[in-house]
Design a protein around this ligand. Structure first.
Ligand code: ASP
Length: 591
């Protein structure tokens, strides 16, 4: 090695030792005589001192050195004199007094500072990602990610799981997003699909008798780049045989608790993780990804609202819709203009309107609808909402799904405004008992809520024939601070049930056989009951690292427009390549 020690490891106990360190010039300070260099390697920073009298050659090299030069320093570790101690640095009590400095490689001036975390435009960071990755924040994120993955591997290995790699060039997978296709050169007109997940393969590994499988798997989904998504991302993917829902959930819960306790300083808000039925999550929080760090639960006031003379409420309730309310503490003094903005927001979210009641601190209330209610009705409504002077009460009357969803996002909005979501705790919960299907108006068919291999609850199998919309699936999602971080299910392992599901989602048997024939066939060779889960590693590490998006925990991410700014991907192909692949380009239509 060109070094005897890592820069950040040097301490008082090394005083008097001759050492060699090597790394990058983080900063250089020329005091007109003495030159100080902060030498950085992955382990941290150590101060190097070049003294023109004691080591003139080394001092000349130090004079030449600039930020990000790669250098090697030989010298003696010495205690820093009184005034030069730096309690901020782990190495702050010592310095390396250089006897020899070698410039291993000069460097151009970097486009942004490496040594501090001043904000830099993200496209510049992504173009020079290798420099961005030198920065302290990125290094700790990437190292945290490594630790998390290492913990996962050890944890699962100890519990009898084996890691199996599955192909990247495969066939269309059923996660419901668009596939990335790869043209085949040797089979003209045919395409591989990149896996959206190893779903089918992990189930086939259960048929193959492996019983406990996992993989740190790359998944590819060609989705519109809305929100914080990447075209390729990493999942902890696992599958187990002879298990029930609770077995998979208990395993993942123990794993998550282990990671948080062992790889981070973060605290879990509640252990064991609360478990909510889907219906309950929707009713209380308006979403199947509830953020449980704060209360502000929704309240169903349909019974009270239906008795009033307020036509909006009454008609919706008569048509079997719901009136749902949200109490926002302390916002009853919002001026009218601000309340109108909330009404617009509700409309943007799909509500027809937003009814409101602002409870004044002085007992003077303002409202968009109170005049239609008797005093008694109003008092009952306020009491049901637990309204206090100074509160703002918001109501949406609509189909249950819409009313809950709109107030669910209002709840998050106010969670942000009132500073209830910024805390340091990690609040995990499970959501179970999802409906197996959602009705797709456009196709006039059922869509699987999870994917088409998810098993109905045993007691709901009969509903597939009579009332599919009421059948619950054996799906489970793990949610953290309002984000879905894992999802899985117990799978269908009987061919008749699988074929029934195909039929309900409008997949005729012939198409199903073409796409999943290998699965259907495999299921006839003795398939054990099995189930599994996949956890998004990027999002998980993002939450642990307190980062605002997953790009901060991926070494080489793409932009939100799915571009790699460093390498310039995607890029055009050579005409010969296209010819070999039997591809002729059609100019995209103008506009
Ligand atoms: N393959 C599923 C997903 O990626 C997870 C699972 O069912 O195991 O969402």
């Amino acid at each position: 090695m060109l070094k005897t020690h890592h820069a950040g490891d040097l301490r008082k106990e090394h005083v008097g030792q001759q050492v060699a360190v090597a790394g990058w010039v983080n900063r250089r300070r020329d005091h007109g005589g003495l030159i100080f260099i902060d030498l950085r390697d992955r382990s941290g920073i150590v101060q190097v001192l070049a003294n023109p009298d004691a080591a003139p050659e080394a001092h000349s090299r130090a004079e030449e050195a600039r930020s990000e030069y790669v250098i090697r320093v030989q010298g003696e570790v010495q205690l820093r004199p009184e005034g030069r101690l730096n309690p901020e640095l782990p190495t702050g009590e010592i310095e390396v007094v250089a006897s020899e400095i070698t410039i291993l490689n000069p460097a151009k001036t970097p486009p942004f500072y490496i040594y501090d975390d001043t904000p830099v435009d993200e496209s510049l960071r992504l173009k020079y990602r290798y420099l961005d990755l030198r920065r302290q924040r990125m290094q700790s994120n990437i190292i945290l990610r490594h630790r998390v993955i290492k913990y996962i591997r050890d944890f699962l290995d100890e519990r009898g799981f084996i890691e199996v790699e599955t192909p990247i060039l495969f066939k269309t997978t059923p996660e419901g997003a668009r596939d990335y296709l790869v043209p085949s050169r040797i089979h003209p007109g045919k395409f591989y699909a990149l896996p959206q997940s190893p779903q089918q393969l992990k189930q086939l590994l259960m048929v193959a008798g492996y019983e406990k499988y996992f993989q740190i798997a790359r998944c590819f989904r060609d989705e519109d780049q809305r929100g914080d998504r990447q075209p390729e991302f990493t999942q902890l993917d696992l599958e187990m045989s002879f298990v029930e829902r609770e077995d998979v959930m208990a395993l993942i819960e123990a794993l998550v608790i282990g990671i948080v306790d062992n790889c981070t300083e973060r605290k879990l808000l509640v252990k064991p993780f609360p478990c909510l039925r889907w219906e309950e999550a929707m009713a209380r929080f308006g979403t199947d990804r509830p953020d449980l760090r704060f209360g502000m639960e929704l309240a169903d006031v349909s019974d009270l609202a239906g008795e009033t003379e307020f036509a909006v409420f009454r008609d919706v309730v008569a048509a079997e819709g719901r009136v749902v309310g949200l109490r926002v503490p302390g916002c009853g003094s919002y001026p009218r203009a601000q309340i109108d903005k909330l009404v617009d927001m509700a409309r943007d979210e799909g509500a027809k309107g937003l009814a409101w009641l602002a409870l004044g601190e002085d007992g003077k209330d303002r409202s968009s609808f109170a005049k239609f209610l008797s005093e008694d009705q109003l008092a009952k409504l306020v009491a049901r909402m637990d309204g206090q002077p100074g509160d703002l009460l918001l109501f949406v009357a609509d189909r249950a799904r819409v009313a809950r969803a709109v107030l669910g996002s209002m709840r998050l909005e106010f969670g942000d405004r009132l500073g209830l979501r910024g805390g340091d705790e990690l609040s995990y919960c499970w959501v179970i008992d999802f409906p197996l299907f959602e009705w797709d108006e456009e196709r006039s068919a059922w869509d699987p809520s999870h994917h088409l291999f998810t098993s109905p609850a045993a007691e709901d199998v009969e509903l597939l024939d009579t009332d599919p919309g009421s059948a619950r699936g054996l799906q489970y999602d793990l949610v953290c601070n309002g984000e879905e971080v894992a999802g899985g299910s117990i799978r269908i392992h009987q061919r008749q049930v699988q074929e029934k599901v195909f039929e309900l989602i409008g997949l005729d048997l012939e198409t199903a056989r073409e796409r999943f024939g290998h699965m259907l066939e495999a299921f006839e060779f003795g398939t054990p009951p099995h189930g599994g889960i996949a956890a998004g590693i990027d999002r998980f590490v993002m939450l642990l690292a307190r980062e605002p998006n997953i790009r901060e925990v991926i070494a080489f991410p793409k932009t939100q427009q799915a571009l790699d700014l460093m390498a310039g991907a995607p890029s055009e192909a050579e005409p010969e390549q296209l010819q070999e692949l039997h591809i002729r380009l059609v100019k995209p239509a103008a506009g």
